[in-house]
Design a protein around this ligand. Structure first.
Ligand code: MG
Length: 287
């Protein structure tokens, strides 16, 4: 054992020594002039590198939540499980009439859609939703709801990211969970089983309009369903419509709206909703 160890040590010493010797013999001493040129070159490289360094403005500090699902320090909490103070009924703007119990809000189909009191332009949003374990129905009549990224009017006016039970439930693909309803199917189906919580994390870039109402820049949606990318900077064709072609209508800012769909299936639930407002130019590259 002892001998094995010593020979291993000797081999290691040799491996280290040989390249070191080789290096010594191949290095020719530099003349003072060559040394000077080398230093100047180094200085020049450092100066060149400085030209592409950006030091300001310094990004503000945001303290993240305990988990990635928890609201960071600059988020507006829209629902923390305690009340619906941030929400109103769409139809009469009265305090939202959905049920809050055990930290969860549940759709009240009789009341209809609800929306935030606040209006938003561009934002990052987190929302969690659950299809009840005893869900019934098929196709679009099974756990249908919707996250309207901007409400632009009564009823279902606005831009809908579809919510539906898409766990073993066949429907048209641009109407399944994670679709921009009737515009873009999700890239994949990342749906969890009924009874389990789903998450959406969404980046909404609102459309902008010229004075005459024509579109200056379209709306974009990036969305993750349970952490899986389902919409990748999708360029919207206009507002969500059930029948016909989507069209844009000028608006300045809009509430976030949740859908009480008229189908007969059991109502779905929501929890942990928060939003971070973003500057109007949201792309890091365009600042
Ligand atoms: Mg819907």
């Amino acid at each position: 054992m002892q001998r094995q160890f010593s020979s291993a040590l000797a081999i290691t010493a040799l491996l280290v020594a040989v390249p070191a010797i080789a290096q010594q013999t191949s290095t020719t001493p530099q003349t003072p002039a060559a040394q000077q040129t080398g230093a100047a070159e180094q200085q020049n490289r450092a100066a060149q590198a400085k030209l592409t360094e950006q030091w300001e403005p310094v990004p503000k500090v945001v303290t993240p939540g305990q988990t990635d699902a928890a609201p960071p320090s600059d988020a507006i909490v829209l629902f923390d499980g305690s009340n619906l103070d941030q929400w109103v009924n769409v139809k009469d703007k009265a305090p939202a009439g959905w049920k809050v119990e055990n930290g969860v809000m549940t759709v009240n189909k009789a009341v209809g859609n609800i929306e935030t009191k606040r209006s938003f332009k561009n934002y990052q949003l987190h929302i969690e939703w659950r299809i009840p374990p005893d869900i019934t129905g098929t196709d679009q009549g099974r756990g249908n709801s919707g996250l309207f990224l901007a409400s632009t009017g009564a009823g279902d006016g606005g831009y809908e990211l579809q919510i539906l039970d898409s766990y073993n439930n066949k429907t048209y693909v641009n109407g399944q969970a994670g679709s921009i309803y009737k515009q873009f199917p999700p890239l994949v189906n990342a749906m969890r089983k009924p009874g389990e919580w789903n998450t959406y994390d969404v980046v909404w870039t609102m459309p902008t309009f010229n004075a005459d109402g024509s579109v200056k820049t379209p709306a974009y949606v990036t969305a993750f369903h349970n952490g899986v990318l389902v919409q990748n900077h999708s360029q919207l064709k206009g507002e969500t419509v059930y029948i016909g072609k989507p069209e844009y209508k000028k608006y300045e800012s809009g509430p976030i709206k949740l859908q009480a769909h008229g189908d007969k299936s059991e109502p779905i639930s929501f929890r942990n909703i928060w939003v971070r407002e973003l500057e109007s130019s949201t792309a890091s590259g365009s600042r």
